[in-house]
Ligand binder design. Structure first.
Ligand code: FCB
Length: 405
């Protein structure tokens, strides 16, 4: 582990310090979802039992507490709550009630996402968020969860990264339903915006004034050639476009959830306006790269970028929680430095007046990383998927150094 100069890590009273996860990635046997179906058809790696978190949640929250966390972000699986259209599963509700109570008993503030990319199979069969009816169905689900579990939820996140969903599922076609369509990308984006608004309204109707936000992925953008006016202009445009979603929903948003992972350098492109040269590299380049600056996914690590992204979000005048941030690092060689630098950047943002309320690391235990399967290791806790044993990684110790007062 690298020896860095000691900086006192200190956050204000009430600051949430935790980890984030998503149901399909950890629970296992999510059999009523669209993902599960494609997995069985061989189109995606199988998630199987994943981390068996569905049965081992007590152990996982115990570990979260042990490493010094005071909050957890989980997601509630729509496909479990509503396995058939309009048919609510009482057992699933009971299950999540126990999960949420267990979180509380382990001293964890409960941040809950309603939709983290997977869809009930029936909903996907009806066209998912491609259709306007999808908006209504999602709002009905939000209302149902609010009615039945609402008192056990502290912070609400309606949707996880709508733009990344659209990119993976409708532009690049690497996630279900594997489309590559500009038209559908636009339509799903607009419907997700409406879905957020409708869910926001439904939760407020059911529970009154509880905090409801959305998790938004934002990259740090920089010109590819520092002094090139075209690249600078293109960077300006990329940043402006990144604000589109939040601008649309800012009247139905109590806080911003920021997911920060990427450094994207922007190069002017005369055909498309600009091209994102996101510092990342591909598998073929891996062997002759110095990996200290990259995650196992090949993502360029730029922890201080979070400071600039936070400053940029100040214009919305909303409290901000980091709802995801982290890196795949199976040998835990870059995570310690990455965490320290991230915490320093957050402290600087606070000093500069950003209304930052919490930091949730991605993720607690290694888990099913979507179409990349179980390869990437993002966890503060290492998973042995054969024995289902968990082992705390050394970097997790940093969380205990943090003072909150
Ligand atoms: C985010 C996703 C999360 C996880 C991390 C690595 O975009 O929200 O589920 O896959 O990336």
């Amino acid at each position: 582990m690298e020896n860095l100069p000691e900086t006192k890590l200190q956050f204000p009273a009430g600051f949430l310090l935790g980890a984030a996860s998503a149901a399909h990635q950890v629970e296992g046997n999510n059999i009523h979802s669209d993902w599960w179906e494609y997995e069985q058809k061989g189109r995606l790696p199988k998630s199987g039992e994943a981390c068996d978190h569905y049965n081992r949640y007590e152990e996982d929250f115990g570990l979260a507490q042990e490493i010094g966390l005071n909050a957890m972000r989980i997601s509630i699986e729509w496909a479990r709550i509503e396995p058939e259209a309009g048919k609510w599963n009482a057992q699933a509700i009971e299950h999540y009630k126990k999960v949420l109570i267990s979180m509380k008993e382990h001293g964890l503030t409960r941040v809950v996402t309603l939709w983290h990319w997977t869809l009930p199979k029936w909903f996907a069969d009806q066209g998912g968020f491609e259709n306007k009816q999808g908006v209504e169905a999602f709002a009905r689900f939000a209302w149902f969860v609010a009615q039945n579990l609402g008192r056990e939820i502290d912070l609400w996140i309606t949707l996880n990264e709508p733009e990344v969903y659209v990119l993976s599922s409708y532009k690049q076609g690497v996630h279900p339903p594997f489309e590559k369509s500009i038209y559908l990308s636009w339509r799903v984006t607009e419907n997700l915006i409406e879905a957020h608004k409708a869910a926001y309204k439904a939760i407020k109707e059911a529970l009154g004034n509880v905090p409801v936000g959305l998790a938004k992925n934002s990259a740090y953008y920089a010109p590819y050639r520092k002094n090139n006016p075209a690249d600078r202009l293109a960077t300006y445009i990329a940043r402006a476009l990144d604000g589109y979603l939040l601008e649309k929903i800012q009247n139905q948003l109590d806080f911003i959830g920021l997911n920060y992972y990427f450094y994207n350098s922007i190069k002017f492109d005369w055909r498309t306006g600009y091209k994102e040269m996101n510092g990342n590299f591909n598998e073929a380049e891996r062997t002759n790269k110095d990996m200290s600056e990259y995650s196992d996914m090949g993502w360029f690590l730029y922890p201080e970028g979070i400071y600039y992204v936070l400053k940029n979000l100040k214009k919305f005048h909303k409290p901000i929680y980091i709802t995801e941030n982290g890196l795949a690092d199976s040998v835990d060689s870059r995570r310690p430095k990455f965490l320290r630098e991230t915490f320093k950047a957050l402290m600087n943002a606070l000093k500069d007046g950003v209304d930052l309320k919490g930091y949730l690391h991605w993720t607690l235990t290694d888990n099913y990383e979507w179409h990349n399967g179980f390869g990437p290791r993002f966890g503060l806790i290492e998973m042995d998927y054969v024995s289902q044993q968990r082992k705390i990684r050394p970097s997790a110790a940093i969380f205990k150094e943090i003072k909150i007062s």
